[in-house]
Design a binder for this molecule. Structure first.
Ligand code: FES
Length: 149
């Protein structure tokens, strides 16, 4: 019998059952099977923190970012041109129910699933969006837009 099973047996002996046992077991074991398998809204790209996306704003795929109000979605990140001098980047995965439906519209981020609204700094603008969105730092270097994951 391995150590994990021993721990379950130990917890059962304490009288824990069902959900209570599961909760205690998961909290104490770090088992991958206890992890929610759905996408992590704080890390939709699965990328390593500190890595960067580099977008060449002269390439056809990204030239729309030269116009205020436009956006692109790259690796699960919504990157918007919010003003003549500024960009904003947020996760495409909504904090409400995890739908991958966040877009940029009329100067704010918006999830079409149930109407969550977020400002360009990821702050919720209505009850549905109250949990906000994870944001990513952007930096324009010449004609290259860098987004730090
Ligand atoms: S999942 Fe986005 S508003 Fe519900």
């Amino acid at each position: 019998m391995n150590e994990k099973m021993n721990r379950v047996e130990f917890l059962k002996n304490l009288g824990l059952k069902g959900a209570a046992l599961f909760a205690v077991y998961c909290a104490s074991s770090g088992l991958s099977s206890c992890v929610n398998e759905s996408m992590d809204p704080t890390n939709p790209t699965g990328g390593t923190a500190g890595n960067q996306l580099s977008l060449d704003l002269t390439s056809a795929a990204y030239t729309k970012l030269n116009t205020v109000g436009n956006y692109v979605v790259v690796s699960g990140i919504v990157i918007a041109r919010v003003s003549a001098t500024a960009f904003a980047a947020v996760t495409q995965v909504c904090s409400h129910e995890g739908r991958r439906q966040v877009v940029f519209n009329a100067g704010e981020f918006y999830c079409a699933a149930h109407g969550a609204r977020f400002d360009t700094s990821g702050k919720g603008l209505n009850a549905t969006g109250s949990r906000g969105l994870k944001t990513y730092a952007t930096l324009l270097d010449g004609t290259t837009l860098k987004v730090t994951l």
